[in-house]
Design a protein around this ligand. Structure first.
Ligand SMILES: *[C@@H]1O[C@H](CO)[C@@H](O)[C@H](O)[C@H]1NC(C)=O
Ligand SMILES: *[C@@H]1O[C@H](CO)[C@@H](O)[C@H](O)[C@H]1NC(C)=O
Ligand SMILES: *[C@@H]1O[C@H](CO)[C@@H](O)[C@H](O)[C@H]1NC(C)=O
Length: 449
């Protein structure tokens, strides 16, 4: 890119202007939101106002049952709340449970003109979870989505901006062949790249799939929406019992997002209690039918992750490119998180047994602390099981650390150069080596305040 020919430079300048115009609407950040049972509009108002305070632009509403009363009731609450509070929403149709676009089009048509429906370039934004392998009885999935989704809407004068998660389409990653076979998409979202696969073993999360997908999307003049998540722990039944790290996954993804500068970011998730990666509120009615999920998510509050996510979102929107650029709004921001159950627990009393991938877990206190650019001499003092186990020095921006954990209580303190405690957080649940109840690999997240 260094030595440009003058003719292509002229063409690029035109392109840069166009991109500049479009860019005004890019760099938005969403959170995956499971549409489940809600008791009333006040729950929706709380979600929307919390999300707005965090810096989110919209919820990606995962809809699994478009006509179920719990869905239509919750959507009523959510759109009311979004309209009252200046927030946006768009649909992410869950194609693991929805058979065909004809099943969700009535719902989309009901809401796409709503003032709170999120638009890109004046077009209603639509995403999915899966669906990349569904062809709806025609020759290919690309044709199926074109004919039964885009063409049907086009006949009504509607041109959705379509950014599905099609990473179930059959390729290792989104590549140029994908964009040739799926010209129907305006961009892509990846879900699976948010965490390592269990089969990869004890590794840190990689952004190589995001890099490839972003490059292929840009080459096809499409957008790339990048996922960021904390952990994926599911413990529902024999077929759904796994642990995908975890540990420092969330801050590592923050650095990767800033380095790659994707067009959009989706946080996975706001409220998926079943997969344990929620950062927002879990409403009781949504999980009232699942005692299994209640057993591993009730009393496991994750909202302290928002303290480090808010400055990250600001940094991303400002075009910052390194983790050192994620600075707090005030003197500091921070959280630490830990599993209250050590990985070698036998879990003899849990009929589901240990989650697949438990061997990839690390028994550690995970810390993310943000400090301003003028910081000097702040130490993170880590106490585990009654002993100070580390005094860690810090720098400006994002500081992450994983410190070996012991059973008992946990504490992280920030100490300034003169020895004053700037902020601290203490565990509310002790770490244990084994349990006679649920083999819970979910995290407790503690605010350093
Ligand atoms: C994962 O990252 C941590 C630092 O965040 C590093 O200490 C560790 O060596 C990495 N592990 C692997 C397997 O790369
Ligand atoms: C450092 O910056 C923070 C936030 O930008 C500010 O609150 C604080 O007063 C500054 N401290 C010093 C010593 O300048
Ligand atoms: C941490 O710092 C304190 C106070 O300076 C010191 O007493 C302690 O030995 C240090 N602990 C570790 C594990 O470095």
């Amino acid at each position: 890119m260094r030595s440009l020919h003058s003719s292509s430079f002229a063409a690029l300048s035109v392109l840069a202007c166009l991109v500049g115009r479009v860019n005004a609407e890019l760099k938005n950040v969403f959170a995956h939101y499971l549409v489940g049972g809600m008791s009333g509009v006040d729950e929706a108002v709380k979600d929307v106002t919390d999300a707005k305070a965090l810096g989110l632009d919209a919820f990606a509403l995962n809809v699994q049952q478009p006509t179920a009363p719990f869905t239509t009731d919750a959507l009523g609450f959510l759109f009311d709340a979004a309209n009252q509070n200046g927030f946006k929403l768009f649909f992410s149709f869950d194609m693991t449970t929805i058979n065909a676009p004809s099943d969700f089009l009535p719902l989309f048509n009901q809401y796409r003109g709503n003032a709170a429906y999120y638009q890109h370039d004046g077009r209603p934004f639509v995403s999915t979870f899966d669906g990349g392998a569904k062809s709806f009885g025609v020759s290919s999935p690309g044709q199926g989505w074109q004919q039964q989704f885009k063409d049907v809407l086009s006949d009504q004068g509607v041109n959705p901006f379509f950014v599905p998660d099609f990473d179930d389409y059959g390729g290792a990653t989104y590549d140029s062949a994908f964009f040739t076979n799926y010209p129907v998409v305006d961009g892509v979202f990846s879900w699976e790249s948010a965490w390592p696969q269990i089969t990869e073993g004890l590794v840190n999360v990689s952004d190589s799939k995001d890099q490839a997908g972003l490059q292929a999307a840009r080459a096809a003049n499409k957008v790339y929406m990048m996922p960021i998540s904390s952990v994926q722990f599911k413990h529902i039944d024999g077929g759904q019992n796994w642990y995908r790290i975890g540990e420092l996954n969330l801050p590592e993804r923050m650095g990767q997002v800033l380095a790659l500068q994707p067009d959009f970011v989706e946080i996975v998730s706001w409220n998926d209690a079943g997969e344990s990666h929620y950062i927002g509120n879990n409403w009781p009615k949504a999980i009232s039918g699942s005692p299994a999920i209640q057993a591993y998510s009730n009393d496991y509050d994750h909202t302290a992750w928002q303290a480090v996510l808010a400055p990250f979102i600001t940094a991303y929107k400002a075009g910052k490119t390194t983790a050192a650029d994620i600075t707090p709004f005030g003197e500091f921001a921070g959280a630490f998180w830990y599993r209250p159950l050590l990985k070698n627990a036998a879990c003899a009393g849990d009929s589901l047994g240990k989650p697949q991938g438990a061997e990839n877990a690390r028994d550690q206190i995970n810390i993310a602390v943000l400090l301003p650019s003028n910081t000097t001499g702040v130490t993170m003092r880590v106490t585990s099981g009654g002993n100070v186990v580390a005094n860690l020095s810090t720098t400006a921006g994002l500081n992450t650390a994983g410190v070996a954990i012991s059973t008992g209580a946990q504490k992280v303190e920030l100490i300034d150069a003169s020895g004053n405690i700037l902020g601290a957080g203490s565990s509310t649940q002790d770490v244990v080596a084994d349990t006679s109840s649920t083999c819970n690999f979910n995290y407790q997240v503690v605010h350093i305040a």
